[in-house]
Design a protein around this ligand. Sequence first.
Ligand SMILES: [Zn+2]
Ligand SMILES: [Zn+2]
Length: 427
Amino acid sequence: MSEKILLQKGRLIDPGTGRDEVVDIRIVDGVIEAIKPAITPQPDEKVVDLKGKIVAPGFIDIHVHLREPGFEHKETIETGTRSAAYGGFTAVCCMPNTNPAIDDESLVSFVQMKGRNVNNGIVDVYPIASVSKGREGKTLAPIAELVGAGAVGLSDDGAPVFDAKVMRRALEYASMYNVPIMQHCEIPELAHGGVMNEGLVSTELGLPGIPGIAEEIMIARDLALAEYTNSRYHVCHMSTRRSVELVREGKQKGIKVTCEVTPHHFTLIDDEVRSYDTNTKMNPPLRTQKDIEAIKQGLKDGTIDVIATDHAPHSLDEKEVDYIQAPFGIVGLETAIGLTITELVEKKILTITQMIEKFSTNPRKIIGREVKVIEGEKANLTFFDPAFEWKVEIEQFHSKSKNSPFQGRVLRGKAVGIINNGTMLVF
Ligand SMILES: [Zn+2]
Ligand SMILES: [Zn+2]
């Protein structure tokens, strides 16, 4: 017997087709059968009322740490994808800084297989493999085999590819297979030992700083390499005003550069560190108001292509130590839509359509996993309520970890469901 679903009266916004209208959508066995202004429900059909809600091509978070294999006490592929689903994502790209690092075909296959076997496979798991063997930055990982096995990008995230020669070769190889090198931009000698943004606040608190130039110098170097090799280059979690300018200039010159920012980098500044809450410690660190203004401008004018969370779960024990010792990173999947609507859509930085571009259209294009919302295609959709007001309660997170600086914050906008691979989740 076939499974029929009728999504009623949702506002379908698909930047891919330019569509923005209130419609009914009939889905039969996971495939879109009809999109029409009104469809009469059939008796054997599951009807979902989406009045006032938005229906978008499935959201993807291209920067997530699922921690498996090796750090299952922080997160697993099962808990991480559940967190993604409840955050409104039908896909995640997971970073290779696991133990062992995702640097061979069998590990790429393991992550994909695990992703298909948890939560009914509702969230697609696309592995990002490491650029270098063991993420040590010295010799290249077997890029052809990794891409052949399904890796959608390459990154040594958690660490930069600091050797310029290794980076050059990586760019050249990756471009042969049309995958991006996704760089964690940081000059180690400048960043090492730092725990927060270097500036007035770090001086007052007496904490060692990570200067913005640690990020900017590496972006400048990499842009030169990307231009020289005519290769695709993606900047992860960009955090400073100058970084935005560098990417803007790079794009104007025709360099094949794309970039992402995290919700915490457009929401919080380094003043938050005064609380000594270790959930304000991440890498790159929270910067300043002028950086936030530049990031918002970059999002608005299209310099910044993608919003990605850098979801980085850590257990309570690991974060409940003093600020210097605490690991970098926060969870982000379940607050991303709320923070984006609250900080960017409500404040008229982005339209809802632009927000959907940055959560779906653009990141999917970067990794070559586009979604079409048309009749005859597989249903891969995110439903969200842009007006819903809610309070962040970390205990309600589906992630195994609760390390979020947003506990108690009131946000506007929340995912209400997803459908993908023939499974629907409405919450
Ligand atoms: Zn990183
Ligand atoms: Zn990361």
